[in-house]
Design a protein around this ligand. Structure first.
Ligand code: G4P
Length: 527
């Protein structure tokens, strides 16, 4: 009989982080190919088209390829089960990404060999560090001209303050990629192309003496560089990897499949399986404890043919069996898990059982919000996911007042899902709520969904507010009496004091030290 502990040991739950265009989609697709979940690559459609639209949601509406629309892709590889969590490919940062990474146990950072670390890589890396996620690095696009490999390693170390420890080393410069040396065994793996990378890349293990003859200069350069790495002791120590001090590095090309298998093997061999999760009191909940899970994402109307609301939960302990009745921690209410799904792209499958590390989509889990715990037997509460301070604020007004009901319903839904935060002024009420977000692209998503999903075209008007601080009831009246400060509240009662500039905020803080003006935990990562 399976036990949670054993099943957890077979699982790897991870995410891929990258700057747009570095190759996350291509790599995802290739992982599925190597995992046997795709017959041939190329099924992820319409990339050129995808580029023109601005958000994942809109892409989804237009029925894009699988890798973008899905929250989690589960596929077998070797004797393991891999759960690949999808982080949204937004050009600006969203809270969603932050939450998805809270449900991962490790991440792969994909770098474009010609570009190295880019703005979004840096931001996402910081989130991984905040969650203590062990990080593998894949230097992609080695099939075309790029930077010098040692220079790329220097950049990683200098900008991210993490020590890159190459596990594989390329033979042939970027643009003339022959194969890689696996530094663990010293074997040289030579690659051969397949047409458009549609099937697995041919790999041939070549003896060093033969490689020296056949690869000539490329081999000598690689051997010298490897000698250099050996001298500085750049080896992937498992303990330091799990602590986030070092990042094992792999070279490859997702397009031609070069190096994909070695990377996927590393997910199993190096990335940690699910560990006991700490509860709100800091106690580790054993993997074999009764079922527990936490919600990291809520999404409504994922597919026009299924108009509903799904709460994605990550299993932390025990065995999940569909139909079991679990308790929803914040309300103490029972919740029957009759409609539990695994979501693979647009496809949904009923899921019968799940284990620690797996993700389940619970359909119509109306009360379940991001961060909530679900459990069987003894209660458990997991630490709340930190909230971001919004930095962008607009006023939303429905264009046709006859659609106000739809507008209100849409606004409430977007708030609950965390697409935007909805703030209300105590005097203005519901007519013109303020929408607040970490990145401005969230407004495009909100506006698109209000119009197309709720039938309530909405105008969004800019405001002069720039900075938010959390405040409380006792400070509200004094803050509202001040010039250049507003106080707005969220549906859950959280109050924000808004300022037009950091300068004005600093003045108010200086003049009124008695007022409560709290920074939000994760502030500063966004922007
Ligand atoms: P993203 O999800 O990180 O945004 O990146 P995506 O995989 O969509 O890749 C962005 C572009 O980079 C695509 O080209 C893709 O084919 C290309 N690419 C990905 N990996 C490699 C690689 O290893 N080598 C090379 N040479 N190119 C790679 P595109 O022209 O924008 O789209 P398409 O027309 O090729 O589909």
């Amino acid at each position: 009989m399976s036990e949670p502990h054993d099943e957890a040991a077979r699982r790897r739950t991870f995410a891929i982080i990258s700057h747009p265009d570095a190759g996350k989609t291509t790599l995802t697709e290739k992982f599925l190919l190597y995992g046997g979940a795709l017959q041939s690559a190329g099924a992820v459609k319409a990339r050129g088209e995808r580029r023109r639209v601005t958000s994942d949601w809109m892409e989804m509406e237009q029925k894009r390829g699988i890798s973008i629309t899905s929250t989690v892709l589960q596929f077998p590889y070797r004797n393991c089960v891999l759960n690949l969590l999808d982080t949204p490919g937004h050009r600006d940062f969203s809270e969603d990404t932050y939450r998805v990474l809270a449900a991962a146990d490790a991440a792969i950072m994909v770098l474009d060999a010609a570009k190295g670390i880019e703005a979004q890589t840096l931001k996402l890396f910081e989130v991984c560090r905040e969650w203590n996620l062990p990080l593998l690095t894949f230097i992609n696009k080695w099939d075309r001209p790029g930077r010098d490999p040692l220079e790329l390693l220097d950049q990683v170390e200098a900008q991210l303050a993490i020590v890159p420890t190459p596990v594989t080393w390329p033979v042939g410069i970027a643009g003339d990629f022959r194969g890689v040396v696996d530094r663990r065994s010293g074997t040289y793996v030579r690659f051969t192309r397949t047409a458009r990378g549609a099937t697995e890349a041919g790999e041939e293990v070549v003896e060093a003496t033969d490689a020296a003859v056949e690869e000539g200069d490329a081999w000598r350069v690689a051997a010298d560089e490897i000698g250099l790495l050996d001298e500085v002791g750049a080896h992937a120590d498992p303990e330091r990897f799990r602590n986030g001090e070092v990042t094992p590095v792999f070279f490859g090309s997702a397009l031609t499949n070069f190096g994909v298998r070695l990377l996927l093997d590393a997910v199993i061999d190096l990335a940690p399986p699910p560990q006991p999760r700490l509860d709100v009191e800091g106690r580790a909940r054993p993997l074999d404890a009764p079922f527990s899970a936490f919600a990291f994402k809520v999404q409504a109307n994922m597919d026009p043919s299924h108009r509903d609301r799904i709460a994605f939960v990550r299993v932390c302990s025990g065995k999940f069996e569909r139909g079991m009745v679990v308790t929803h921690q914040p309300t103490g209410k029972p919740f029957a898990t009759k409609y539990a799904h695994s979501v693979f792209g647009q496809e949904r499958d009923t899921i019968e059982e799940a284990w620690p590390g797996d993700v389940i989509g619970l359909v119509n889990a109306t009360d379940v919000k991001v961060g909530d715990a679900l459990y069987l037997d003894g209660p458990v509460e997991f630490p709340r996911l930190p909230e971001f301070a919004p930095e962008h604020f607009v006023i939303a007004r429905v264009i046709d007042t006859g659609r106000f009901k739809q507008f209100r319903r849409g606004i409430a839904q977007l708030d609950e899902e965390g697409v935007v935060q909805v703030l209300r002024d105590q005097d203005l009420g519901d007519q013109a709520p303020m929408l607040a977000a970490v990145g401005p692209m969230q407004f495009e998503v909100a506006s698109h969904r209000l119009e197309h999903e709720f039938g309530a075209p909405t105008e969004l008007n800019p405001t002069t507010w720039r900075v938010a601080r959390k405040t409380d009831e006792s400070s509200t009246a004094s803050l509202r009496a001040l010039h250049g400060v507003a106080v707005y509240a969220r549906a859950d009662g959280t109050r924000y004091a808004l300022f037009e500039s950091p300068y004005w905020l600093a003045r108010v803080e200086g003049d009124h030290p008695e007022l409560v003006l709290e920074r939000l935990v994760a502030e500063g990562t966004a922007g």
